[in-house]
Write a protein that binds this ligand. Structure first.
Ligand code: URA
Length: 214
C-alpha cells in the first residue's frame, strides 16, 4: 500500500478518511471531524481526549479555552503549536461533550495508530485519562503525571488535561511544572535516537533509569 506518498501526504490521506468516516454514531452528530494538525516530522505529539464545541465548529484540535492554555504551556518552554502534532483519541465530538464510549474509542483507534506510525514522534504527551490509558493502563493521573515511561522507541509522558487546570485551580501549578520537564526529555530522546542510529543499543536500561529520575 502507498509506499510512494510522503509522510505529510500520508497524514492527509488519513485525515480525508477521518472526515468521511461513518464507523460509529458520532459521525451523525458532527459538524466537522477533527483529525489533528501539525508537521509530519513533529518530535512531540500531544494526544487529548476528543473535540469539544469549538473544535467541532472549526475542524481543528484544541482551539477553545483548553487549547489556549495548551498554547501558553507550550510557549513557556519556547514552543509554538505549529512545531508539535496535536490530536485526540477520538476525532468526532461526543454529544454534550460526554466521555467517549468504549465502542467509539475502538472504532477510532486505528486512525491514531496510523498517525503515530507515520509521525514516529520521539515523545507522546498524553493529556487526560483516555490517551493515558493507551500507555498506562489502570494508572491514576494524580499518581503518575509528569513521570515519563519508555514504550518501544517512544517516550510517553502523562500530563493532566489542560481543561483540568482550568476547572481545578489546584492542578494548574502541577501542569505548569510538568511541561517544564519536556525540553530535557526531548534532549534525552534525541540522544538516545542518535546513539541507536549509530548502532549503540547496549544501554537501554541506563536510559530507562535516567528517565525514571524525572
Ligand atoms: N479537549 C480535548 O481533549 N481535545 C480538544 O481538541 C479540545 C479540548
Amino acid at each position: 500500500m502507498g509506499g510512494s506518498f510522503s509522510p505529510q501526504e500520508e497524514l492527509e490521506r488519513i485525515a480525508a478518511e477521518i472526515r468521511s468516516c461513518t464507523k460509529c454514531p458520532l459521525a451523525k452528530g458532527r459538524r466537522n471531524a477533527v483529525p489533528g494538525e501539525g508537521p509530519a516530522d513533529a518530535e512531540i505529539m500531544f494526544i487529548g481526549e476528543g473535540p469539544g464545541f469549538h473544535e467541532d465548529r472549526q475542524g481543528r484540535p484544541f482551539v477553545g479555552a483548553a487549547g489556549q492554555f495548551l498554547e501558553e504551556l507550550l510557549a513557556s518552554i519556547g514552543l509554538s503549536r505549529e512545531q508539535v502534532y496535536i490530536t485526540n483519541v477520538i476525532k468526532c465530538r461526543p454529544p454534550g461533550n460526554r466521555d467517549p464510549l468504549p465502542e467509539e474509542l475502538e472504532a477510532c483507534r486505528p486512525y491514531l495508530d496510523r498517525q503515530i506510525e507515520v509521525i514516529k514522534p520521539k515523545i507522546i504527551v498524553t493529556l487526560g485519562r483516555y490517551s493515558m490509558a493507551r500507555y498506562f493502563p489502570g494508572a491514576s493521573i494524580t499518581r503518575i503525571h509528569g513521570q515519563p515511561k519508555r514504550v518501544g522507541d517512544i517516550i510517553c509522558f502523562p500530563m493532566f488535561h489542560p481543561a483540568a487546570g482550568l476547572h481545578q485551580p489546584r492542578w494548574r501549578p502541577l501542569i505548569e511544572e510538568d511541561i517544564k520537564k519536556l525540553p530535557a526529555l526531548l534532549e534525552e530522546a534525541r540522544k538516545s535516537a542518535s546513539s541507536e542510529a549509530q548502532g549503540d543499543d547496549g544501554n537501554d536500561e541506563e536510559h530507562y533509569e535516567q528517565l525514571s529520575l524525572f
